[in-house]
Design a protein around this ligand. Structure first.
Ligand code: SAM
Ligand code: SF4
Length: 499
């Protein structure tokens, strides 16, 4: 489906932002990101000593959210011994909360029409070099057939530009189309069981509809929390220029009954120290005001994008060393949260990130519109938002993770059996979620190995699976037989079983 990219009905843009759905959350007319206060906290910190760092790490290890003052101390740490201890603590926290599971998903880009003009994005309205397109329902079906029937994904993140052609009705219709696809596999069938959505901020009324459409997690990244930089990169007059409409997107989502929300920063737009602090403020504020913190935190790093000077030459580009530190700091500051690293990063960086506490990543990634089902030349700049750093297949990733002793989880049980939001947060904090999910991870891993794995991957995967089974047997000898019956049913070809 194509449409002239510059056709934007004014009535549509004029009515999108509901001022009362921003103002109700403000305190004394202020939002919760006070730029000068954040900088003051960063600058006030003296040289940290090891004792002070260890005290803070104790809190993280007890799965307590750090204070901004604590985080400012950790940001300042340069001493290799202290950094080493921080890294060890991060890994312990990840294992305590999420065990050795890595959840995988695939992004599915629905269209690249966009009314906004974000300086760093290839989809921006004024980028005349972008080939515009939005997938029809038939095309979405074809994309899903490849993802579920050939690759074996069970969860996707559906990505939408902000435009009337991909408004809420289209989003809901596309979700329905995806959920309906069921593909035969070697021993059973494949389908998408969780759709997370990354789309522009919406009103509470639209968010209620999104929730009812079978949403998993709702993701909106603030991009930069720094007010002045935000204003510079999101030109006045565009919808996205409204900082507070975006900042309170997740407050509205929670008011609409969406418990799982994903926040994030596009690293490279402004000073990373400020952004990490602001992410923490966001998490603290959501929990204090709405009762639940973020289900996930994403930290995309800016990549080159078609016809974007800013993406190429930003003064705030983040080095690999700083990026690793950012991951570490988020894991320590918001210990309960899921953390997502994407194929924007190289294979090596993704491996490193796993050792720093990452819990989710994508695989077999294609971000061109229609590029899973259509022959292409690999990465195509005119139809994708930015360039990828790691285009390895899901099979290669599963193999790599298994070699590192990690189990790839395709579990999507959480939101379907009520373990979301506040409930899942309590489970995560108490370390219970890791145990529940271990069982479902094993069931879904077996399913994927039987249906999709190449022989070498199956071999190394089954070795990890055996180890997991042994752990489950030792930890829960009474429950093991029941669980084992489920596993046997999966081995015989039953699909989508969960506990
Ligand atoms: N249009 C919606 C929005 O902006 O919220 C959602 C879709 S947008 C395609 C998803 C995310 O891509 C953005 O939130 C931004 O963080 C990220 N992104 C944009 N340009 C990028 C670039 N050059 N490199 C890496 N990530 C980028
Ligand atoms: Fe549009 Fe999102 Fe890209 Fe901005 S980041 S131009 S809103 S697609």
């Amino acid at each position: 489906m194509t449409m002239a990219p510059h056709t934007i009905p004014l009535s549509w843009t004029r009515e999108r932002i509901k001022k009362d759905q921003i103002d109700r959350y403000l305190e004394n007319g202020q939002d919760f990101i006070q730029d000068s206060e954040i900088w003051k906290k960063i600058h006030e910190v003296g040289e940290p000593n090891l004792g002070q760092v260890r005290e803070i790490l104790e809190k993280s290890l007890a799965i307590q959210v750090l204070t901004p003052e604590d985080l400012a101390v950790l940001i300042r740490v340069k001493d290799p011994e202290a950094l080493q201890e921080m890294q060890e603590a991060a890994l312990k926290i990840k294992e305590k909360v999420y065990d050795n599971r890595i959840v995988t998903f695939a992004p599915l880009y629905m269209g690249n029409y966009c009314v906004n003009n974000c300086a760093y994005c290839g989809f921006r309205h004024e980028n005349l070099k972008a080939k515009r397109r939005v997938l029809s329902m038939d095309e979405i079906r074809k994309e899903t057939e490849i993802l579920t029937g050939k690759i074996g994904h069970k969860r996707i993140i559906a990505v939408y530009g902000e435009h009337p052609v991909t408004g809420i009705d289209y989003i809901l219709q596309s979700m329905k189309t995806i959920y309906e696809v069921k593909m035969p596999t070697k021993h059973g069938y494949g389908n998408i069981r969780r759709i997370n959505v990354n789309a522009a901020p919406m009103s509470i009324e639209e968010l209620v509809r999104l929730r009812d459409g079978g949403l998993g997690t709702y993701q909106v990244f603030q991009e930069t929390y720094h007010h002045e930089t935000y204003a510079k990169l999101h030109p006045k007059g565009t919808l996205k220029s409204d900082y507070r409409w975006r900042l309170y997107a997740m407050h509205r989502a929670m008011e609409a009954g969406i418990d799982d929300v994903g926040i994030g920063v596009l690293f490279g737009l402004y000073d990373w120290r400020f952004e990490v602090m602001a992410l923490l403020y966001h998490a603290i504020h959501l929990e204090a005001k709405m009762g639940i913190g973020p289900h996930t935190v994403s930290f995309p790093r800016m990549e080159p994008a078609l016809n974007s000077e800013y993406a190429e030459h930003s003064p705030h580009k983040v080095s690999d060393e700083d990026f690793r530190k950012i991951i570490l700091l988020i894991r320590l500051a918001i210990p309960y949260t899921g953390m997502i690293i994407t194929a924007r990063e190289t294979a090596q960086m993704r491996r490193d990130a796993i050792g720093l506490g990452i819990t989710q990543t994508d695989a077999s990634t294609k971000i061109g519109i229609g590029s899973y089902s259509e022959e292409g030349t690999g990465q195509e700049t005119e139809r994708q938002q930015f360039m990828l750093g790691d285009t390895r297949s899901l099979d290669e990733l599963v193999n790599d993770f298994a070699e590192m002793g990690h189990i790839t989880s395709f579990c999507t049980a959480g939101y379907r059996c009520g373990r979301t939001g506040k409930c899942i947060m309590d489970l995560l904090r108490s370390g219970q979620e890791g145990k529940f999910c271990k069982l479902n991870a094993v069931l879904t891993f077996q399913e994927w190995l039987d249906d999709f794995a190449a022989p070498a991957t199956r071999e190394v995967g089954l070795r990890v699976l055996e180890k997991e089974l042994e752990e489950i047997r030792i930890r829960n000898p009474q429950g093991f037989p029941v669980f084992y019956q489920f596993l046997e049913r999966v081995r015989k070809g039953e699909r989508d079983l969960f506990l």
